[in-house]
Design a protein around this ligand. Structure first.
Ligand SMILES: [Zn+2]
Length: 184
């Protein structure tokens, strides 16, 4: 998870929402990724998606059997689904994501019946560090927004809100509900 937090820090430095992911097989990191939605200009540029691609290239197989994915934030619907399709054995995540989190918060794809693959899920690992980085990021966005007053933020963040690229995430992390108080 430390390595995943390092990836998240790289996203932060690139002006991206700080989420990082590493995929480990045995004791070897086979894939790394950090959020690159802005850099790629694609909604699918999440840390997990980048790490899955990297791990598939390293292993030489789209089936990432025998691997564990470490993610700093609870995976969204897309990423939790992609991790199922990639057949990872285990998903370990940090902070919870109340709006889009698909491994326990908004829904739980790990418990859907009838799939041909399941993974084990462990949440809340180094959650405070991951959550703090996220809060700092959105705080700095708002600071920047005050400096420029208006405009620019939408372009930078790709969102339609002055709160940032992921308004719901921003709002939810700013105002964690009782469930999130522990993990954030
Ligand atoms: Zn995602």
């Amino acid at each position: 998870m430390r390595a995943a937090l390092d990836q998240a820090a790289q996203a932060y430095e690139s002006g991206e929402v700080p989420v990082g992911c590493v995929i480990v097989q045995g004791r070897r990191i086979v894939g790394r990724g950090y959020n690159r939605v802005e850099a790629l200009g694609e909604a699918t540029g999440h840390a997990e998606m980048v790490a899955i691609s990297a791990a598939s290239a390293t292993i030489g197989d789209w089936r990432l059997e025998g691997t564990t994915a470490y993610v700093t934030l609870e995976p969204c619907f897309m990423c939790a689904g992609a991790l199922l399709l990639a057949r990872v054995d285990r998903v370990v995540y940090g902070a919870r994501e109340p709006k889009f989190g698909a491994l326990g918060s908004r829904t739980d794809l790990a418990t859907v019946e009838g799939l041909n693959h399941r993974y084990e899920v462990v949440g809340g690992v180094l959650a405070e560090e991951a959550g703090t980085m996220m809060k700092e990021f959105f705080k700095s966005l708002r600071r920047d927004a005050r400096v420029v007053e208006s405009g620019g933020l939408e372009n930078r963040c790709g969102g339609n809100s002055t709160e940032g690229s992921n308004p719901s995430l921003s709002a939810s992390l700013d105002d964690p509900g009782p469930d999130e108080a522990d993990s954030l």
